[in-house]
Ligand binder design. Structure first.
Ligand code: GCU
Length: 355
């Protein structure tokens, strides 16, 4: 299968003409500002501190004796007082363990999408929180959870809920950095679908994340918007306006005028590893458009002297994976889902690239 000609898409450039490696940190800042202003909204700066309280710790039989289960409540100061949310940790009895911060749709032990014991057996620790505990995934006029703790400016750039969930994942990182058994250089975030969009935006902004994984994240996630089939800006901003800042609506039906596109979001992970996973029947998300972002982001890794996407010029067949460079990609055969196959692929890639 041949993919669309990238040049014909006329994507906004990731790099400015004549860029050198030393220019990337400044360009990263500009792109984060652009995504904040036009798509996800501006996040507040990190809080002055992130407090923690261990609510529960289970050892003994927990996870077949292989790991501690720990429930922690994190608390941050906000303009309207303290805000707390629960986070669950599964911490293998081992040293220098890499950690996955998994943004979840459900509360621990998190149901169909997360095979906890397989992750432990793969050598990873897990931190997870339910996004609804941060702010509810519904149009509620920003009245729930973290959303209610900040005044809104109503200038089109106020943060949407994707930015809020991403900000919360960074608070989990604050706490993770205090854990003795965790390898602080190998902490990455991961999410599926709307939370895959969130994981990319989180990793893009917060360079303490060593990598980010987005599974089937599609529109406003990993997929290039220009000429995308399936979900478009029009659909997503009508069904889920509160995920974004108001400015994003300007681009309904005018995607070709956007001064940004999602390949730049994937590129914002550079020089760190980034993983994009697609599913062959997930036409709403747009697997080919997700792949195109990886292809386009490759130029930044090259500029930085690294291998980005290692590929042979073909769009992968279902079941193929590209793990040679720092941009990982696979096309799972089947529909929209976060499957055990996907997790196995993420671990395999991270084992190779998170060093
Ligand atoms: C909807 C939405 C997608 C999103 C998905 C999900 O399908 O249109 O953008 O990724 O929900 O989060 O499951």
């Amino acid at each position: 299968m041949i993919y669309k000609d990238l040049a014909k898409l006329e994507l906004p450039p990731i790099l400015k003409p004549g860029s050198e490696a030393k220019d990337w940190p400044q360009r990263r800042k500009e792109l984060i500002e652009l995504f904040s202003r036009e798509e996800y909204g501006f996040s507040p700066p990190p809080p002055s501190f992130t407090g923690s309280k261990v609510l529960k710790s289970e050892t003994g039989n927990s996870w077949a004796g292989k790991a501690e289960y720990r429930e922690v409540e994190l608390t941050v100061p906000t303009p309207k007082g303290d805000f707390s949310f629960p986070v669950d940790f599964v911490l293998p009895y081992s040293e220098n363990v890499p950690l996955i911060i998994y943004l979840s749709f459900t509360k621990y032990p998190i149901g169909k999408y997360c095979p906890i014991e397989e992750l432990i057996d793969g050598g990873y620790a897990l931190a997870t929180f339910c996004y609804d505990d941060v702010t509810e995934d519904k149009e509620d006029d920003f009245s729930s959870g973290l959303a209610a703790m900040f005044e809104r400016r109503n200038d089109g750039t106020d943060w949407g809920k994707i930015s809020m969930w991403a900000w919360a994942a960074s608070r989990v990182m604050d706490y993770a950095l205090t854990l003795d058994s965790i390898d602080k250089k190998r902490i990455f975030c991961a999410g599926h679908s709307r939370l895959g969009k969130t994981a990319l935006w989180c990793g893009a902004q917060d360079e303490r994340f060593a990598a980010a994984v987005s599974n089937n994240s599609g529109c406003s996630g990993a997929a290039v918007t220009r000429e995308k089939t399936g979900e478009r800006v029009e659909h997503i901003t009508k069904s889920f306006p509160y995920w974004f800042c108001v400015n994003y609506k300007k681009y309904i039906g005018k995607e070709e005028t956007m001064p940004f596109d999602q390949h730049q979001l994937v590129a914002l992970l550079a020089p760190r590893p980034v993983y994009v996973a697609s599913a062959s029947e997930d036409l709403w998300a747009g697997p080919e458009s997700e792949f195109l972002s990886c292809l386009a982001a490759d130029e930044v890794y090259k500029l930085l002297g690294l291998e980005g996407l290692s590929h042979d010029g073909r769009y992968p067949e279902p079941g193929e994976f590209l793990h040679g460079g720092n941009i990982g990609y696979h096309l799972r055969s089947g529909p929209h889902f976060l499957s055990r196959y996907d997790w196995q692929m993420f671990m395999r890639f991270m084992d190779k690239h998170l060093l």
